[in-house]
Design a protein around this ligand. Structure first.
Ligand code: P6P
Length: 308
């Protein structure tokens, strides 16, 4: 069985990027262990999105920060749990050439009811296309790689280094390649988020009714990582999370959630838009920028754009 490292070597990934991805692989193992028994209560603080942080969010973020700070190739990190970007470049070795943005534990509120959760990572070259050592100004298309870790009955990693999408399974401390050439086509499965928007958005209500009338299978857990992981691995479906009323950009974060997911989905032959614009074309103007997202098979994403 090929390992995570074998896959990277076979795809002659730039040696430095290889080092960054190996750091992320190692931190996924730690987070996978800690969430099994860690305290799931509130940390008594809020993140930049004004959301209450759980002790788990802080714990997982601490693990990721510590691991990434050890890697001199990484110059800047940004976390959904941190108020600002963090310069982690190492004085001796100078500024790292990569930026890593991440959501250390997406859907953490699902852990105390024992539902699957995940981590989301995006990797960019730094300085960015505007010559700055910052995520502000990047577009998702500039990601060199993105990956999700899924903590469910099994711990898996779904990765793209822009050579398609592959899945690894954690077994006795090592990640083994278990699936290659992951592709998303048509198929009747939907993960309709933010259904509360139907109360004021008749267009979204009509779209939901279409999927119901066509007898689409509902698969929505409230965790973006397992919900989109399911679409990738089943090879079909659509995840929607629109904005409405006083939250016109919805809830999900462009940098930490939607851009890494959009890269995986496009690399699997799917699509991801905000209803009119490709997610990977959206320029980041604020760390806490949110965006509506419709992500999945091309056919269903086009349907969302037609209805909304
Ligand atoms: P709602 C989890 O809190 C999260 O950020 C995503 O993982 C998930 O898709 C979404 O929010 C769920 O939102 O409105 O269904 O609770």
């Amino acid at each position: 069985m090929k390992t995570f490292s074998d896959y990277l070597e076979e795809n002659d990934i730039d040696y430095h990027l290889y080092g960054v991805l190996n750091s992320l692989k190692d931190v996924v193992k730690k987070v996978s262990d800690v969430i099994k028994t860690a305290e799931t209560g509130s940390a008594g603080s809020k993140n930049i999105f004004g959301e209450e942080q759980l002790a788990l969010d802080i714990l997982a973020d601490g693990f990721v920060q510590k691991e990434l700070q050890k890697n001199s190739l990484i110059g800047i990190i940004a976390s959904e749990e941190l108020p600002e970007e963090m310069d982690v470049s190492n004085e001796e070795t100078g500024g790292g050439e990569y930026g890593v943005c991440y959501d250390p534990l997406d859907g953490s509120s699902l852990v105390d009811v024992n539902l699957a959760v995940g981590s989301i990572f995006g990797i960019y070259k730094m300085p960015n296309s505007e010559g700055k050592n910052s995520f502000i100004g990047v577009k998702g298309d500039e990601q060199l790689a993105s990956m999700i870790a899924v903590y469910g009955p099994r711990t898996t990693i779904v990765l793209t280094v822009k050579r398609g999408v592959v899945e690894f399974l954690l077994d006795d401390g090592e990640f083994y390649l278990v699936r290659e050439g992951i592709k998303v086509g048509g198929g009747k499965m939907f993960a309709p988020g933010n259904l509360r928007a139907c109360a004021s958005r008749k267009d979204y209500l009509e779209l939901i009714n279409y999927w119901c009338e066509k007898q689409f299978t509902l698969r929505y857990s409230g965790g973006m990582v397992p919900d989109i992981n399911q679409i990738l691995l089943k090879g079909k479906g659509i995840f929607s999370y629109p904005g409405y009323g006083d939250a016109p950009d919805g809830k999900l974060r462009l940098l930490f959630e939607c851009a890494p997911m959009a890269l995986l989905m496009e690399q699997a032959g799917g699509a991801a838009t905000d209803g009119s614009m490709r997610i990977l074309d959206k320029k980041l103007t604020r760390l806490d920028q949110r965006t509506p997202i419709f992500i999945g098979s091309k056919e269903e994403v086009e349907r969302c754009e037609k209805y909304l």
